[in-house]
Design a protein around this ligand. Structure first.
Ligand code: PBG
Length: 326
């Protein structure tokens, strides 16, 4: 054959590295950390092999371990000692995230991001204030504007504890603007916001809801998280967050939503984050446990795909596994 074009020429060792389009760096990865105010010891999370909830006392040690493995940034989630209707422990100055962040920033040099949401802190497990009759009628839902004030207070309390960046994840309308205004008024104009800008109502959060004890007690999150069928709406959601001052735009989940990552990358100049969620982690582990695929190869390929789609950073439970090798 007299072929002019032979793409295989560039796939040989020696040249293939030179023409690689995207790579993965340790500096791209953010490791989630679950801090549990009810725990005295570390508690393994069954549905997320290798992940654990750590007591407040051990939060800094856990982050130091991640730093030693080459992870530079963490995202802190809290499991409070008690819950109530409004989620008041979310913004308590001595709350679980606030206490943990104080210790982590005192004892490590990790970049600390906090998840700002109420679902771990409310008895009903929803991401905000719910209508009083909602338990009886699940079509009723989170009261949007009332929730905004609470999110802003929570974000400010995280910044006061020393958080470097806050990540509001409740999918309430106006969430980024409310958090931005709260931070600015409290003297934290320098603290950036990573918005969960397009967060879908996804079955892939299952293991996380065990890990963080944040499953809704009734109904579901369809009234605030996005419909998986919608892509144009994601761009609209992202645009609203950009207008309200979001600094980093997160898409969540990642694997099943790479088209959204790619579209947001093309449309906006902001850094884009992908959240490689608990279910994506759990399914690779489960298949690998059965011997059906190579865990590390499949995980690396997934993370690379997120970068290729346009993510600048990736929040992933695989961070510790790979950071020191990248
Ligand atoms: C809280 C929150 C959730 C996740 C991150 N922040 C749960 C949810 O929305 O149900 C999921 C993370 C994961 O699955 O890894 N709102």
């Amino acid at each position: 054959m007299n072929l002019t074009h032979r793409p295989r020429r560039l796939r040989r060792d020696g040249i293939r590295e030179l023409v690689t389009e995207v790579g993965l760096d340790a500096g791209d990865l953010v490791a989630p950390v679950f801090v549990d105010a009810t725990a005295d010891d570390r508690v393994p999370i069954e549905s997320m092999p290798g992940q654990e909830r750590v007591p407040v006392d051990e939060a800094a040690d856990r982050v130091a371990e991640l730093r030693a493995a080459g992870v530079e940034a963490v995202m802190v989630f809290g499991i409070p000692e008690s819950k109530d209707e409004r989620g008041t422990r979310a913004w308590a100055n001595d709350g679980v995230v606030q206490a943990a962040v104080g210790r982590i920033t005192a004892e490590t040099d990790a970049y600390v991001i906090t998840d700002v949401c109420l679902c771990e802190y409310t008895t009903h497990g929803h991401c905000g204030v719910v209508e009083s009759a909602a338990a009886a009628d699940p079509t009723l839902t989170v009261r949007n504007d009332e929730t905004l004030r609470l999110l802003a207070k929570t974000a400010v309390s995280h910044a006061e504890a020393g958080a470097d960046m806050v990540a509001p994840s409740s999918m309430t309308d106006g969430m980024v603007g409310a958090v931005r205004e709260g931070l600015d008024d409290a003297g934290f104009a320098h603290v950036p916001i990573m918005s969960y800008a397009a967060k879908y109502e996804s079955a892939f959060y299952g293991p996380f809801r065990d890990a963080a004890d944040g499953a809704p007690a009734f109904g579901d999150r369809r009234h605030y998280q996005m419909d998986p069928g919608n892509a144009r709406e994601a761009l609209r959601e992202v645009r609203l967050d950009v207008e309200q001052g979001a600094d980093v735009l997160m898409i969540k989940p990642a694997l099943a939503y790479l088209d959204i990552v790619s579209a947001v990358r093309r449309e906006f100049g902001h850094p884009v984050a992908a959240y490689n969620v608990s279910g994506e982690y759990a399914m690779l582990h489960a298949a690998a446990e059965k011997g059906w695929l190579d865990l590390e190869a499949a995980a690396l390929e997934s993370l690379l795909a997120m970068k290729r789609a346009g993510a600048d950073l990736i929040v992933t439970y695989f961070a510790e596994t790979f950071a020191d090798r990248l």
